[in-house]
Each structure stands twice: as structure tokens, then as C-alpha cells.
Design a binder for this molecule. Structure first.
Ligand SMILES: Nc1ncnc2c1ncn2[C@@H]1O[C@H](COP(=O)(O)OP(=O)(O)O)[C@@H](O)[C@H]1O
Ligand SMILES: [Mg+2]
Length: 373
């Protein structure tokens, strides 16, 4: 009656129960890449009944971007006993399942695969906890940031009023300017807090990152000061990304600010853009990141670099190695929140006294098919 059952029994009746007892999804594909056997866990994982699966090509279950990786894995089995891979599968309702699989050749024309949902892994639970902590921090931050912003607007406003009452020669102008600078710094911090709190609701639009960087040129120069040289190395054919321009700007500003802080004696800030293709292996461990076309934004400095101990904690909210007046420990968590929300990820390369390079990977926007030509 049940194809799944029949197939399982056809292999060996004694193992049919075992097949249904395992917590992993199990399937077998034949030489043509068609499913010949599936267990109940797999049907639940992919949201399709066994009779919709058996006899179908495996590729029907898999998003195109990860199909190559699965094929490579099967090819690898010619030389290796077992191969592991990650794969993104689709359910009929369009939702995606990120799964990890182990494949093994069980006959000249048959490959057996065990898959489990990465959502069930302990790392995922840890990431969820981290995301929840970030959400609380974000909510808190934005609720105080609004009130705080109003206070700062008042401070700057009264600075302006006072300034009008002072003659050009008045020595108190200097003090007034200090008040204004401090208030502006407070406002910058507030924007930062708002960005952190806002990361769920952003206005997404297509972004030409190179153009955005050009626009920020002067701002960046002012930010890093005259002791730091800025070198732009921008890809000429950079793909378009999708996101909230204000947030992407925030990412660049936060990374550039950190780079400047790491180069108190001066140095070079390098901002580089490039297109890249990321394979399944390269996005492994990053939640909600699908392999495919990406752009890479690199922000590198020739500054102090980081010890491995520091590097391990840089994305923690409020982690800072700077003096209380200089560091908030919110710069990188904000960067990470923005980039993660855009289905990308951040990594970093750094060594003590040898500078740091932060790399932001963001998926290229999907081109509308009627754009072609
Ligand atoms: N480019 C960099 N070079 C060296 N250390 C860095 C760099 N970027 C970040 N860090 C380290 O990461 C910490 C956290 O950064 P961040 O979240 O931006 O907070 P903050 O800059 O307020 O300290 C910094 O205090 C510093 O120790
Ligand atoms: Mg910072």
C-alpha cells in the first residue's frame, strides 16, 4: 500500500523498523539521482508524503544553489567511504530547511544519505539565545535613544542661542563649542542605538555599494583624521545588493571608526569591494545564509590588531577594550545585527600588532528576469 513501506521492505524487512526509528531523515538515490527510498522523518522534514518523493529526482527537493554541492558529494563517494555536506531543501510552501547530510555508497547504483535539520543542532540553540539577548538590548536601546535624542536637540539648540549672544572675540566660544561637540557625539551614539534597536524594521532598496562609499568619502576622511590614509579598491563590476542604505552606511562607519581607533599613530584604512561566489562549505554555520553570489566589503587597517581572546568576544554587546568615554561595545554587535538581517555574515582576520581586516559578505540582489538584455 504505502510505497515508502514497500520500498523499505524491499531492501530488508528486518531493518524497516530501524529506518523509522532513527531521528535523522534517510533517503537512498539511484544512479540517475532519483529517490528510491525515504523514511518518515524525511517526509516530515521536507513536508511531502513518501509517494510524492519516491521516483522523483533528488534535485526537486533541493534549492538550485546547493544542488552542485550535493552532486559533488556524490562524485566524491567514488574515492571516499563517506562524505558530509550541507544542503538547503525546500518545502512545498516555499520554506527552506537547512540540513546537514552524510552520504555513503551502498551499492554500485545506490547512495544512502542521512540528513538532519540544522535547526535542531545545539549551535542553533546558542545562536537563538544570542539573538534573543540582542533583541532585548535593541528594544531597551531604542526606547531610551528617542528620549535621549530630544535632550541632545535641546542642548544643541541652546548652544546656538547662547552663541548668538557672544561676540566673536568672546573666550567662552571655545567652551560652547566643546558642549556642542559633546552633544553631537552623544547624538552619533544615539543613532547607533537606534540602528541597533531598529534592525527588524528596515526599508530595503537596491544599493550600489561603490556609489554609497563614494558618497561617504568626505565623511570618512573627517572621521579617520589626517594621520590615516584611506585607500579605496573598488570592484568595477560590483553587483547590486539589497538593504537599507542608512544601515549599510552604519556598517561602514562602525568598521571605519574601529579602524581609526586601532591606529592612534596613523596608518592606512583600506576599503575594498569585490564580487564573490560562496559555496555551501563557506556559508556553513551561518544561519539564514544561502550559497550563491555575494559581494564582499573589506575594511582593513594597519593598527594594533587583536589578540585571539579579544577576537572571540568582539560581537558581544557592550564588550569593549576602550576607555569608557571612547568605547560602547555596540559597534560590532550593530554591524552583525544589520548584516545577519540581510542574510549575510561578517568575519575578521587579525593578529596582534598586524592590523585587522573585517569582511562583510552580503548576498547579491536577485535580478528580475525582465531586466535581462
Ligand atoms: N579594527 C580593529 N582593530 C582592533 N580591535 C578592534 C577593531 N575593531 C574592533 N576591535 C575590538 O573590538 C571591540 C569591540 O568593538 P565595538 O563593538 O565596535 O565596540 P567599541 O568600538 O565601542 O569598543 C573593541 O573595543 C576592540 O577591542
Ligand atoms: Mg566601535
Amino acid at each position: 500500500m504505502n510505497i515508502m513501506r514497500e520500498q523499505a521492505l524491499a531492501i530488508d524487512p528486518r531493518y524497516a523498523a530501524l529506518l523509522e526509528q532513527t531521528r535523522e531523515g534517510v533517503f537512498v538515490v539511484d544512479g540517475q539521482g532519483r529517490l528510491t527510498l525515504v523514511n518518515a522523518v524525511l517526509t516530515r522534514l521536507v513536508g511531502r508524503a513518501a509517494d510524492q518523493l519516491v521516483g522523483q529526482p533528488l534535485t526537486r527537493l533541493i534549492v538550485p544553489e546547493t544542488a552542485d554541492c550535493v552532486r559533488n558529494t556524490i562524485d566524491r563517494l567514488a574515492a571516499e567511504a563517506e562524505a558530509t555536506f550541507t544542503v538547503v531543501m525546500t518545502r512545498p510552501d516555499g520554506t527552506r530547511v537547512h540540513a546537514e547530510g552524510r552520504a555513503r555508497r551502498v551499492g554500485p547504483e545506490a547512495v544512502q544519505v542521512l540528513v538532519y535539520d540544522l535547526a535542531d543542532s545545539p549551535q542553533r540553540a546558542e545562536r537563538l539565545r544570542h539573538a534573543q539577548r540582542m533583541e532585548v538590548v535593541g528594544r531597551l536601546a531604542s526606547s531610551i535613544a528617542h528620549d535621549f535624542n530630544n535632550l541632545l536637540t535641546a542642548i544643541v539648540g541652546y548652544c546656538d542661542l547662547l552663541e548668538d549672544q557672544l561676540t566673536d572675540a568672546d573666550v567662552r566660544r571655545g567652551d560652547l563649542e566643546e558642549i556642542r561637540v559633546a552633544a553631537m557625539r552623544g547624538a552619533a551614539l544615539t543613532r547607533q542605538l537606534l540602528a541597533l534597536g531598529r534592525h527588524q524594521v528596515s526599508r530595503r532598496s537596491p544599493i550600489d555599494l561603490n556609489a554609497l562609499l563614494h558618497q561617504m568619502d568626505h565623511l570618512l576622511e573627517r572621521l579617520v583624521g589626517s594621520d590615516v590614509t584611506i585607500a579605496f579598491e573598488l570592484a568595477t563590476d560590483l553587483l547590486i545588493i539589497e538593504g537599507d542604505p542608512a544601515q549599510i552606511e552604519q556598517v561602514v562607519l562602525n568598521l571605519a571608526t574601529n579602524a581609526r581607533d586601532a591606529m592612534p599613530e596613523g596608518g592606512t584604512l583600506t576599503i575594498r569591494t569585490a564580487n564573490e561566489v560562496l559555496e555551501v562549505e563557506q556559508v556553513q554555520g551561518h544561519q539564514d545564509v544561502t550559497p550563491g553570489l555575494f559581494i564582499r566589503l573589506e575594511v582593513g587597517d594597519t593598527g594594533t590588531g587583536m589578540t585571539p581572546e579579544t577576537q572571540a568576544r568582539i560581537f558581544e554587546p557592550f564588550f569593549t577594550t576602550k576607555e569608557p568615554t571612547k568605547g560602547t561595545g555596540l559597534g560590532l554587535p550593530t554591524v552583525q545585527a544589520i548584516v545577519t538581517q540581510g542574510h549575510g555574515f561578517v568575519d575578521v582576520e587579525s593578529a596582534s600588532q598586524r592590523g585587522s581586516t573585517f569582511r562583510v559578505h552580503l548576498p547579491a540582489a536577485e535580478l528580475a528576469s525582465d531586466d535581462a538584455g
